[in-house]
Ligand binder design. Structure first.
Ligand SMILES: [Zn+2]
Length: 634
């Protein structure tokens, strides 16, 4: 399946190694035919989170495109929450709130890259303490174990595959995630268990935009939802008889904007376009069949509710146990909060904080907004001027969830994890030139929405070739220093073999201090293509200082060293890359070549045979490796 991060140094590697490496194949799944759970006591818990899934694209929520037969069956066998909201429109913050029951301020992950506070209990730590076997199977990098959600899990599978150009991919297909989950279930029959499965298909880009076959982005988004739903069906089928003792819950972590409020993607604004999510569940103790719950709930309610349904105690949470709603009752009215810190962290704009209370939703911003969401659920008419008293009251209440002062100090909440930042940008989390606050405060994201939308479109992966190049040039006209746009324009030009111009853009990106070595890798590729090998090697050495463990940097250094006749150095660099990632096939191929150049035929043959044993039977590179082995044997 597609979605490889655009990767620069393929130019250098391909010149030597040739060929394209492993790709995934897509495939549609049939809807599940597993039985519905019976009433009784729940022993097990299966939580499925589907990334970027809007509630209004789910059949149970009225969508007619037939996207979600498996989710619809869960809703029919149990309940659906018609008004469920994410506390933040971004993956890590939202998932951390699900697992801790807390708003982002209570767990610390205010944005992607910001780790969850290690002292906060989670659904996994609580259930693990209660003797549950626990496992999580993760489909994308924002939930990597380094960000703190792996605590309490016996197994936390978050290793991403390598892409066609040797670089680690940011995501993996749901089929692979569910295969692993089913394998784990098979090996853990017996005790109580908590299984979390994360599916990423609906996240942009939607399918392969280069082979869209006339299908619109929304149609391709729906295709991806069908694929994810098919995996939910496989999981239900795989549970077999255990399903009857299991709470199965499926939720979205946030929605997706297709131009609503001028937004593309998610992570900047806090309109319900990106906050309204599906929440369906069934299992023992959920006796309603196909009931719709209309009271508003938040994903922070998930952990307290699941612990109550499992009869396994409580968690110190902002959310509440919503079981009374499931049983047909009501809960006292309460405020629900949501926030977005990506505008601050990525752009230096004001963060956005929202409060939902009864018919009202208010958004704290330099120019505050208020909507009558009962009459105007699409938030099209700002009624702040009509109800200044209500707006003022809400502004004070919002400060209880997150004080306004924090809006002024982005550096305090920005990570320095360079590799992590790089990969998140490749996933579509944008980063512009961070704007400084002025005397009048930070920019209101509303006033930057065109720039945000253009960046959103660029990072979505939906634009290709000339359209992508034009969009990047337009961003640079408005925001000439934007290092991310320079980097991506450099990539575009590199693809077109326009080395000299690409080199200029990579150089500007480096000056802009992007927290990644991607610009160095691009610059090195240009310098090498222009015949300036020494400069290329120097650039790679700087990159190596910044990211000593980056195997792509080490491997490319090794290739240059090998070409320069410094075989021992080359062997060292290529081995270094393979220590970090033994499945970096291009590096192993070049290691075999370096051994051959050094006259070490046996080592060369061993490396080549090792590579052959690691390549799948149908890998297109096998003939090339076999030719090398044959040549070494002569
Ligand atoms: Zn997400």
């Amino acid at each position: 399946m597609r979605k490889a991060a655009p990767y620069i140094l393929v130019v250098m590697l391909a010149a030597v190694a040739g060929g394209v490496f492993l790709r995934y194949r897509g495939g549609r799944e049939a809807a599940s035919t597993a039985p519905v759970a019976r009433a009784g006591t729940a022993r097990h818990l299966v939580l499925v989170t589907i990334d970027t899934l809007r509630a209004d694209h789910v059949g149970a929520y009225g969508y007619r495109a037939g996207t979600t037969p498996s989710l619809d069956r869960i809703a029919q066998g149990g309940v659906r929450f018609d008004r469920a909201y994410a506390p933040a429109p971004i993956t890590l913050a939202s998932h951390a709130s699900m697992l801790t029951g807390r708003y982002p301020a209570g767990h610390g992950a205010r944005d992607n890259l910001m780790p969850v506070n290690a002292s906060v209990p989670t659904l996994a730590t609580v259930l693990h303490d209660q003797g549950f076997q626990t496992a999580a199977f993760i489909a994308a990098f924002p939930l990597d174990h380094r960000f703190g959600l792996s605590r309490g899990f016996d197994v936390y599978s978050d290793r991403m595959p390598r892409g066609p150009e040797g670089k680690l991919l940011n995501e993996r297909p749901g089929r692979q995630v569910v295969d692993e989950a089913l394998g784990w279930l098979e090996a853990h029959r017996g005790g109580r268990f908590f299984l979390w499965v994360h599916l990423y298909e609906p996240h942009a880009p939607y399918g392969d935009p280069a082979h869209a076959a006339g299908r619109s982005p929304i149609e391709r988004y729906d295709d991806e939802i069908r694929t994810a739903d098919g995996q939910v069906g496989r999981l239900l089928d795989g549970l077999g008889p255990v399903l009857a003792d299991t709470i199965v819950i499926v939720v979205g972590d946030h929605g997706e904007a297709f131009g609503e409020h001028g937004e593309i993607g998610h992570s900047i604004f806090v309109y319900d376009t990106t906050l309204h999510v599906p929440w369906v569940m069934m299992g023992p103790g959920i006796t309603a069949r196909g009931a719709a719950i209309t009271d508003p709930v938040c994903l922070i309610d998930l952990a307290p509710t699941l612990l109550a349904l499992l009869g396994t105690g409580k968690i110190d949470a902002d959310g509440v146990n919503v079981r009374p709603l499931i049983d047909g009752g009501h809960l006292p009215a309460r405020d629900l909060y949501a926030e977005s810190f990506a505008p601050l962290v990525d752009f230096g704009w004001s963060p956005l904080r929202a409060l939902r209370s009864g018919a009202w939703k208010t958004i704290a911003a330099p120019r505050p907004e208020m909507y009558d969401i009962e009459r105007d659920p699409n938030e099209t008419t700002d009624v702040t001027a009509l109800h200044p008293d209500v707006q003022k009251k809400f502004a004070d209440r919002i400060d209880r969830y997150s004080p306004a002062e924090l809006a002024q100090s982005p550096d305090a909440i920005v990570t320095s994890d360079r590799e992590a930042a790089t990969r998140l940008r490749a996933l579509g989390y944008v980063q512009g030139t961070r704007e400084k606050a002025t005397a009048t405060g930070r920019a209101d994201p509303k006033d930057r929405r065109e720039l945000a939308a253009r960046m959103g479109l660029v990072v979505s992966g939906e634009l290709q070739g000339k359209a992508l190049e034009d969009a990047l040039r337009a961003i640079l006209r408005d925001d000439p220093g934007n290092p991310q746009a320079h980097l991506r324009l450099g990539d575009c030009l590199l693809d077109q073999a326009q080395w000299a111009e690409a080199e200029r853009h990579f150089s500007v990106a480096i000056t802009g201090d992007l927290p990644s070595v991607d610009a160095y890798l691009g610059l090195a590729a240009c310098q090498s293509a222009l015949g300036r090998r020494d400069a290329s090697e120097q650039t790679l050495r700087k990159a190596h200082e910044l990211e000593p463990d980056n195997p792509v940097v080490s491997a490319n250094l090794g290739i240059l060293e090998s070409q320069a006749g410094r075989a021992d150095q080359a062997i060292r660099s290529l081995t270094e890359a393979l220590v970090v990632d033994p499945d970096f096939h291009e590096a192993r191929f070049n290691l075999a070549l370096a051994y051959a150049r050094a006259g070490r035929r046996q080592d060369a043959e061993r490396a080549a045979r090792d590579l052959l044993s690691r390549l799948p039977a149908d890998a297109p590179q096998r003939p090339e490796v076999e030719r090398l082995i044959a040549a070494l044997g002569r």
